[in-house]
Design a protein around this ligand. Structure first.
Ligand code: SAH
Length: 347
């Protein structure tokens, strides 16, 4: 039975489900979920192209950032943790760039936090000496440097719609033909607000629980976590649920499990949760600003001098990673650190 058929049956028996339940099933269903079966990142027929897949310089700079922050932490033995490593390209570039930094590799225990079996296989092809964990809390205790690119955007969201008569939750139910369809709950017993009629607000309960785990880790032992993702600081009232298949936007409800579903990250919420928990927050700032501060242009220049035949491609990559009309502004970087850690590089 297809995931779609199972979802239809589930709704027929139990009533409509929240967008978060739907998104969770589409991404993580053990049999037919997108990440369990057909994640497609990078390469020609990929559903989407991420920053590390677009340019090796991205991972190189983040690797050097980690080495610098390791130095700041006093060069401890530590866990070098990546959340949702995809094909493992980011970690591979990070490790290559830091090869010659004395003591860094020896001090690091590489932990890849990944739920998807096919992704783990892809990661194992690129990274030799890693251990895997299903969740952050399964990573060994101790000091840690954590990186995550396009990880938080996978956290399933609930959506709320502001109508004439107040707030409603967006739900996934069945239409007259018994097909999956978005609909609205009856008005919620929630106070009305100034938001425009038609505005959509989103919350990500799984993000909140993830943040709790992160907070625990960064309180127990020194460390930093660097998140790069697309998202907002002030909600724009827009519906940010997006489904991508072969680089094209498709209707999220059309083919459950076959497209990558994501939502924009609420960076204000991430920052607020971390600050309330007593952690230190830097950013969010635009990815362009961050990469330039870490010396992206200089890195491109050095590589271009060594390989003039690649100069044009490298310039295109810099543009793609940093320009405001590309990944430079919508993509943001936030760093969350243990209490009393000095400011990180790049902010
Ligand atoms: N960071 C990579 C891949 C981004 S796609 C890149 O930038 O190219 C999201 C990745 O996170 C995939 O590897 C997916 O399998 C993984 N993932 C999604 N949700 C997860 C979760 N809850 N826990 C662990 N890994 C998750």
């Amino acid at each position: 039975m297809s995931l779609k058929a199972r979802l239809i049956e589930h709704i027929r028996e139990n009533g409509p489900m929240t967008v978060a339940q739907f998104m969770g099933a589409c991404l993580y269903d053990p049999e037919d979920g997108y990440y369990a079966t057909r994640p497609s990142i990078g390469g020609e027929n990929a559903d989407f192209l991420t920053a590390p897949e677009a340019s090796q310089m991205f991972g190189e700079l983040i690797g050097l950032w980690c080495a610098h922050e390791w130095d700041v932490l006093g060069k401890p033995a530590f866990n070098l943790i990546e959340l949702g490593p995809g094909r493992g390209v980011l970690m591979q570039d990070m490790l290559r760039a830091t090869r010659r930094i004395e003591g860094f590799h020896d001090a690091s225990n590489i932990v890849l936090v990944e739920t998807s079996a096919p992704m783990r296989d892809a990661q194992a092809e690129r990274i030799d000496n890693a251990e895997w964990a299903l969740r952050l809390e399964d990573a060994p205790p101790g000091a840690s440097l954590i990186v995550a690119n396009e990880f938080l955007d996978c956290m399933p969201i609930r959506q709320f719609f502001h109508g004439e008569d107040g707030w409603h939750e967006k739900l996934v139910g069945l239409d007259e033909a018994d097909q999956l369809a978005f609909g609205l709950s009856t008005p919620l017993p929630a106070p009305d607000s100034e938001d425009e009629i038609g505005a959509v607000r989103e919350i990500a309960p799984a993000l909140d629980s993830f943040m709790y785990e992160l907070e625990r880790r960064l309180h127990e032992a020194p460390g930093r976590a660097l998140f790069i993702d697309y998202g907002y600081v002030t909600p724009e009232g827009a519906d940010t649920l997006q489904a991508l298949k072969n680089h094209k936007k498709v209707d999220p409800i059309e083919a459950p499990g076959e497209a990558d579903l994501t939502a924009h990250v609420d960076f204000a919420r991430v920052a607020q949760l971390a600050e309330t928990a007593g952690l230190t927050v830097h950013g969010p700032i635009g990815q362009g600003q961050f990469l330039r501060a870490l010396g992206l242009e200089l890195r491109a220049e050095t590589l271009s001098k060594a390989n003039p035949q690649h100069a044009e491609r490298l310039a295109r990559e810099v543009h793609r990673l940093t320009h405001a009309d590309q990944m430079g502004a919508l993509f943001k970087v936030i760093c969350i650190s243990s209490p009393n850690t000095p400011p990180p590089a790049g902010f």
